[in-house]
Design a protein around this ligand. Sequence first.
Ligand code: NAD
Ligand code: DAU
Length: 351
Amino acid sequence: MNFLVTGGAGFIGSAVCRHLCANPAYRVTNLDKLTYAGNLASLRQIENAHNYRFAQVDICDEKAVLDIMRRDDIDIVMNLAAESHVDRSIDGPGAFIETNIVGTYRILNAALEYWRGLADDRKGRFRFHHVSTDEVFGDLPFDGGMFVEETPYAPSSPYSASKAASDHLVRAWHETYGLPVVLSNCSNNYGPYHFPEKLIPLVILNALDEKPLPVYGAGANVRDWLFVEDHARALELVATKGTPGESYNVGGNSERTNLSVVETICDLLDSRRPRAGGKSYRDLISFVTDRPGHDRRYAIDASKISRDLGWAPNENFDSGLARTVDWYLDNKWWWGPIREQNYAGERLGEA
Ligand code: NAD
Ligand code: DAU
């Protein structure tokens, strides 16, 4: 089985590549443009594996994508390449429209042309798996409700609107042209190799640097957290066993307020790397201006993927968060060079 993973140098894509490459029956091509969020260091574990190869390509380059599908005899495309950070989408939506919408359109075109040229037995096996987010559903009240696959789309941010548009394109390519697609919509991931502009790694590394820990608003917004390796297993199942035309919600059943996540990280660090003078890392928490259009609460009902594909998360949030904190404490070789770059300044348009 030959996989083409786009965005494989990112947080989730690299976990997917590491997971798939552990199966000697799979061959994996990682296609990534290497934006600020792409990092080949996340693939060090598999970079010399016999069943792994990398191509630096933009998903907007339809011809280059098609050439790679043909060269590597692809059976399954897993499309993870995207601009993924909500705050960046607010500061500058253009790249999100370009990669998440136009890029998805281009790779769908490449996939359709490739699929049409396959022999019948291969055609039946081919899948285009589009990896998406729970943010397309908008947000939920604090006091109840969960997203199911049928929840109407109501995205709030330029990021989630661009992902919603891409999901609609993928479904249209199935309904109109018959391309065998599957989709998945997942909640917030966390774990090793997470780029430190996102809440959990940002808080861990700011704390170690004795910098403020920025909590938007009152920290009352709720996210449903899933350990990234559990997501990678879910994605393999959706891609290989999912029914064409269907989508699957994936979530960790681990709802937490942002403030409680930040406080738990502080407590874990207090026990592992005590601060001088016996102070708690909680003293670094700083309540800052809220994100515009900040979705209140996300919660995923993952019963369909559990019932139809037999998936359940292995990691619970407390042990997963402890594993994540330990990983950052042990792997400065990975995050040190990233923290030295001015990636936040670049987002904020600074020199
Ligand atoms: P990420 O930002 O860590 O990685 C994105 C990767 O895509 C990077 O390696 C980047 O170089 C690459 N990329 C960006 N533009 C590209 C282009 N034009 N062509 C080729 N490669 C390009 O993102 P992530 O957090 O790993 O998310 C991966 C996917 O999963 C995204 O589609 C995202 O919407 C979705 N998702 C993420 C989460 C989450 O919590 N992180 C949850 C649900 C769904
Ligand atoms: O729900 C899935 C989504 O999760 C994915 O589709 C996105 O790609 C991914 O980035 C993530 O989006 P969020 O906006 O939820 O993640 P982020 O880590 O940016 O923020 C998590 C929560 O923490 C959110 O409510 C905003 C808040 N936050 C974030 C940052 C960066 C803070 O309070 N302070 C911060 O500094």
